[in-house]
Design a protein around this ligand. Structure first.
Ligand code: PGA
Length: 252
């Protein structure tokens, strides 16, 4: 059975003491709720990873990074590699978030390289895909997302693909307060799973977690997570408060 994952993407928020406070509060509330059927992942800015991991690892909570470079090491001033992330206990890495695509001009080819290096260094990529409002209005979202997947993931072997998680994040829903309806999410998640099935077979497709992201909050999480092909969430804004994040985790 595929895992359920709820991941907190803090983006570029929280200084160190605020990050420690938030992580500690999440951990305390999770202990209380004894919620163990969901993999909880905290994804703080790079600089907090070691500290947050020390707090989280004892509690079986995973830590992830928001990005990595496509090379393992070298003269790339200001960059962080998958090898380094692994060495400080990171388990997951977000690859291809729409903000990276938009503001840092990351394209499908670069993302394919990042996926490969993450897997090589034993990180589980959370590969983000999703269409803009214009593409949704043109009624072409499925074809667009399928192209993102085939361009950045389909060079992988079956064994590699089985270690990937996918996050469907419609760009028009990220940070806007507009969420995809459960029906819209389910249609897309099912289409993604079918595409993986066609390329890699039923077993691989059935075992890949596909998360939803984009204004997922404590009000809408339950209905989204009830969809058969929605295996959790990548949570931005609502992950910055322990109470709302835990209520999303508890929506399963
Ligand atoms: P949001 O962000 O929940 O604030 O919409 C989700 C994301 O960007 O991963």
């Amino acid at each position: 059975m595929r895992p359920k994952i709820v991941a907190a993407n803090w983006k570029m928020n929280k200084d160190l003491s605020e990050g420690i406070q938030l992580a500690s509060e999440v951990i305390r509330r999770i202990q209380k709720a004894k919620k163990r059927s969901v993999q909880v992942v905290l994804i703080p800015p790079f600089i907090h990873l070691t500290t947050i991991n020390r707090l989280a690892e004892r509690e079986n909570i995973y830590v992830g990074a928001q990005n990595c470079h496509e090379q393992a090491l070298g003269a790339f001033t200001g960059e962080i590699s998958a090898l380094m992330l692994r060495s400080v206990g990171v388990t997951f890495v977000i690859i291809g978030h729409s903000e990276r695509r938009q503001y840092f001009k990351e394209d499908d080819t670069l993302l394919a390289k990042k996926i490969s290096i993450a897997l090589k260094h034993d990180l589980q990529p959370i590969f983000c895909c999703g269409e803009s409002l214009q593409i949704r209005e043109e009624e072409k979202p499925i074809a667009f997302v399928k192209k993102q997947l085939s361009a950045s993931l389909f060079h992988l072997s079956q064994q590699e693909m089985s270690k990937v998680a996918i996050a469907y994040e419609p760009v028009w829903a990220i940070g806007t307060g507009k969420t995809a309806t459960p029906e819209q999410a389910q249609i897309m998640h099912e289409a993604i799973r079918m595409q993986i099935r066609e390329k890699y077979g039923k077993e691989t497709a059935d075992n890949i977690p596909i998360l939803y992201g984009g204004s997922c909050n404590e009000q809408n999480a339950k209905k989204l997570f009830a969809c058969p092909d929605v295996d959790g969430g990548l949570i931005g804004g609502a992950s910055l408060q322990a109470a709302s994040f835990i209520s999303i985790v508890n929506s399963f």
